[in-house]
Design a protein around this ligand. Structure first.
Ligand code: FOL
Length: 223
């Protein structure tokens, strides 16, 4: 079945791949772009079992960058990767009811979300027992988690929003998908039709504008 173990990176970046500044996004709220992020990450694959939720996997700093009133991101299983295995502001027992799973590596995060029938059953039971069926899995940042994900063969696509305005940034997406290294690593831009099929909605124009900021919705894939 498609998307079952595949990972999709989702990111908005300036032309020089800037994604963050001072622990937050570099731009002053692009509402329509953020709405696209929310719709796409919430929408389960076509014909998935009732109750299916997508997962968003993020690094600890990205978790902290999300306004407390919006986290955990609703209607999605949130997985936070932190090497300490602890997460400020969420009690370990409270994590479950709040739909937050803590993992110490990306591999562990993905392992937590994999259906039981794809794992070696040790009979001990684990976090995934009480999770809903998982649809798509999204990597939502930041830099170090994107870098780790790009090294995994399961990372098959990147949903990139190109922001056509310059903002001061101190955090960057780790790979220029359209540059020399991106091409060498097999990344190819997908058609608008493929983008629409994956995100599950019709897009009139992939080029959009909010105020004086132009941006473009793109998808990259690798075999
Ligand atoms: N990908 C794209 N395309 N745009 C982004 O802004 C983006 N941001 C992150 C990762 N990938 C992205 C990480 N940063 C929220 C805040 C910051 C954030 C991700 C999500 C957040 O609060 N999201 C709410 C929507 C809030 C609203 O409607 O304003 C959500 O429910 O998803």
């Amino acid at each position: 079945p498609p998307h079952r173990s595949q990972l999709t990176l989702i990111v908005a970046a300036t032309q020089n791949l800037g994604i963050g500044k001072n622990g937050t996004l570099p731009w002053p709220s692009l509402k329509s772009e953020m709405a696209y992020f929310a719709r796409v990450t919430k929408r389960p694959p076509h014909s998935s079992p009732p109750g299916t939720k997508n997962a968003v996997i993020m690094g600890r700093k990205t978790w902290e960058s999300i306004p407390p009133k919006f986290r955990p991101l609703r209607d999605r299983v949130n997985v936070v990767v932190t090497s300490s295995g602890r997460l400020a502001g969420v009690e370990p027992e409270k994590a479950r009811e709040q739909a937050v799973v803590v993992a110490t590596s990306l591999e562990e995060a993905v392992g937590c979300l994999r259906p039981a029938d794809e794992k070696e059953d040790t009979g001990t039971g684990d976090a995934s027992t009480s999770l809903p069926p998982i649809g798509k899995m999204f990597i939502i940042g930041g830099s170090s988690l994107y870098r780790a994900a790009l090294d995994l063969p399961q990372a098959k696509r990147v949903l990139l929003t190109k922001i056509y305005k310059d903002y001061d940034c101190d955090t960057f997406f780790p790979l220029d998908l359209e540059g020399e290294e991106g091409k060498r690593r097999g990344w190819v831009r997908a058609s608008k039709a493929k983008l629409q099929e994956f995100v599950g909605e019709e897009i009139q124009d992939t080029r959009m504008r909010e105020g004086d900021v132009e941006f473009e919705l793109c998808m990259f894939e690798r075999g």
